[in-house]
Design a protein around this ligand. Structure first.
Ligand SMILES: Cc1cc2nc3c(=O)[nH]c(=O)nc-3n(C[C@H](O)[C@H](O)[C@H](O)COP(=O)(O)OP(=O)(O)OC[C@H]3O[C@@H](n4cnc5c(N)ncnc54)[C@H](O)[C@@H]3O)c2cc1C
Ligand SMILES: NC(=O)c1ccc[n+]([C@@H]2O[C@H](COP(=O)([O-])OP(=O)(O)OC[C@H]3O[C@@H](n4cnc5c(N)ncnc54)[C@H](O)[C@@H]3O)[C@@H](O)[C@H]2O)c1
Length: 454
């Protein structure tokens, strides 16, 4: 046993940190963890979970509207109570906070509440206390990035969104990625007027181009979309925020929300003082074993800025703890990570985009299907789904799958297993569908679209 107080000390009790600490403790390591803000981290408190709860609330509006076609009479105009939703959300998040703390306690992980930073080799300072540990893990996550626009202090970020006690009547969202598109769907579904300003001409950069075009068109039906638009400044005007756009136009909103990316939370950690290297955006640079330039100091999750998703942080934390303390060996594979945007409509994807597939493979067959979901044959709602599959003609392997539409995220999880297993198009073709579903489309796509290339 080492002479240090702990075998393993984790800074940050979010997705990656909690998983690493629990795994290490279960393998017999004397483990401690420091948390300065909330147990469960971003995902549980101001990320995935409360966001998904708000999307359910937003979607209920469509369900109520659609119910008339199925014979339901809703006696009076439904009303929405923002503060009730927030109270219920807060209760659930508090419950989850407690669960995360209990999980750590029952795994015999020592909890230290407060801001922690590196104090030297094998030393961590938490407030005015210092501990020693053989291995130290930084799992400190990230924070919102807001560009230095004059008046930016008048804008909210996604953390502030979850604290809003009253619903803004009209809101400007700036950005065109995950958070901007998800919160546009939430605000709109709950009845706010939404303007979305994005500096490019297609939303969801990084996703397949067909999906981006489809989504950019779809969102126009419920938001005022300002493409190729930047913000020059934000001014206060009574209770309103007056925004001057780069084209000189002005508009006033109850709230302006920036969702312009996140950056690693590495300020105030004392890392570079000890020779630990950071990237241009402040991410901790680690090797394939998540070790930094200082031996015995590691980092996982959003702070290393590889793939900033909860399941990836979990996988990294677990792989590290197992490698250090003798569990089953596991290498994190960054290929074929499925992802979903909980926007309206939902987007989900696994594998390569068409552009990536074409740059890696000589001949790609593209299968594409756009259809109105069965549910909306009665409601008449102008809502469509898009499904797309990319196949390497030489090997017959399916190399990318993409979907925009209802339940896209739920459908794509199973598809990701098939792609991990190396499924070929013939195997998809010989799989019997479940009827009637949208998912069966992926096993009944028979003819490549004409623009498949040789
Ligand atoms: C609005 C939003 C929605 C999201 N939705 C999804 C989604 O649907 N699906 C998905 O997969 N991902 C989603 N994400 C991303 C996901 O939340 C992150 O990828 C994940 O939380 C990263 O985990 P982590 O352990 O790296 O960091 P975090 O979960 O951020 O945890 C870091 C923890 O470290 C603590 N900490 C930081 N510095 C210190 C310090 N010096 N001392 C002590 N404690 C410290 C912080 O308080 C925090 O609790 C979303 C993110 C946001 C912002
Ligand atoms: N469903 C999910 O899994 C989910 C949901 C939310 C967040 N996340 C994770 O959190 C990360 C952060 O989300 P996000 O939406 O903040 O980032 P993002 O990278 O998805 O999108 C950032 C957007 O801001 C724009 N932007 C960047 N700088 C700008 C500037 N100076 N001026 C104007 N626009 C600017 C970008 O063009 C982009 O459209 C995501 O990348 C994702 O990894 C995941």
């Amino acid at each position: 046993m080492s002479t240090f107080e702990y075998d393993f000390f984790v800074i940050g009790a979010g997705s990656g940190g909690v998983r690493a600490a629990r795994t290490a403790a279960a393998l017999g390591a004397r483990t401690g963890i420091a948390e300065e803000r909330f147990f469960g981290g971003t995902c549980v408190n101001v990320g995935c979970i409360p966001k998904k709860l708000y999307t359910y609330a937003a979607h209920t509006r469509h369900d109520i509207a659609d119910s008339a076609a199925y014979g339901w009479h809703v006696a009076s105009e439904p009303t929405f109570d923002w503060s009730l939703l927030k109270t219920n959300k807060d209760k659930e998040i508090n419950r989850l906070n407690g669960i995360y703390k209990n999980l750590l306690n029952s795994a015999d992980v020592d909890i230290h509440e407060g801001h922690a930073r590196l104090a030297g080799p094998n030393r961590v300072a938490i407030g005015d206390r210092e501990i020693t540990a053989e291995h130290i893990l930084f799992a400190v996550g990230g924070q919102s990035f807001m560009p230095p626009v004059p008046g930016i202090e008048n804008a909210l970020d996604s953390d502030d969104f979850f604290e809003l006690s009253a619903q803004p009547t009209d809101v400007l969202i700036v950005g065109g990625g995950y958070i901007a598109t998800e919160l546009a769907g939430v605000f709109s579904g709950l009845g706010s007027q939404v303007t979305l300003a994005y500096r490019g001409d297609l939303l969801l950069n990084g996703f397949d181009e067909d999906i981006r075009s489809f989504f950019t068109d779809s969102i126009k039906s419920y938001v005022n979309l300002k493409l190729n638009s930047d913000i020059q400044r934000i001014e206060r005007s009574g209770d309103k925020k007056e925004v001057v756009f780069s084209d000189g136009t002005r508009a006033a909103f109850d709230a302006v929300l920036y969702a312009t990316g996140r950056v690693p939370a590495t300020a105030k950690l004392g890392l570079t003082d000890f020779g630990i290297k950071l990237s241009d955006v402040g991410a901790i640079i680690v090797d394939k074993n998540f070790e930094t330039a200082m031996p015995g100091v590691y980092a996982v999750g959003d702070v290393i800025d590889r793939v900033t998703l909860t399941p990836v942080a979990l996988a990294e934390g677990q792989a590290l703890a197992r490698r250090l303390f003798g569990g089953p060996k596991q290498q994190v594979s960054y290929d074929l990570i499925p992802a979903a945007v909980f926007s309206e409509p939902q987007i989900a994807t696994v594998g390569m985009t068409e552009a990536e597939a074409r740059s890696c493979h000589k001949n790609i067959d593209v299968y594409r299907s756009r259809f109105r979901p069965l549910k909306h044959t009665l409601t008449g709602r102008d809502s469509f789904s898009l499904m797309k599959m990319l196949v390497d003609r030489e090997s017959d392997r399916v190399v990318g799958m993409h979907m925009a539409g209802t339940d896209a995220a739920e459908i794509m999880q199973g598809m990701a297993v098939a792609l991990q297993a190396g499924a070929t198009k013939s195997q998809f073709d010989s799989t019997i569908g479940i009827h009637p579903t949208a998912a069966e489309e992926f096993v009944t796509m028979r003819t490549p679209v004409e623009d498949s290339t040789d």
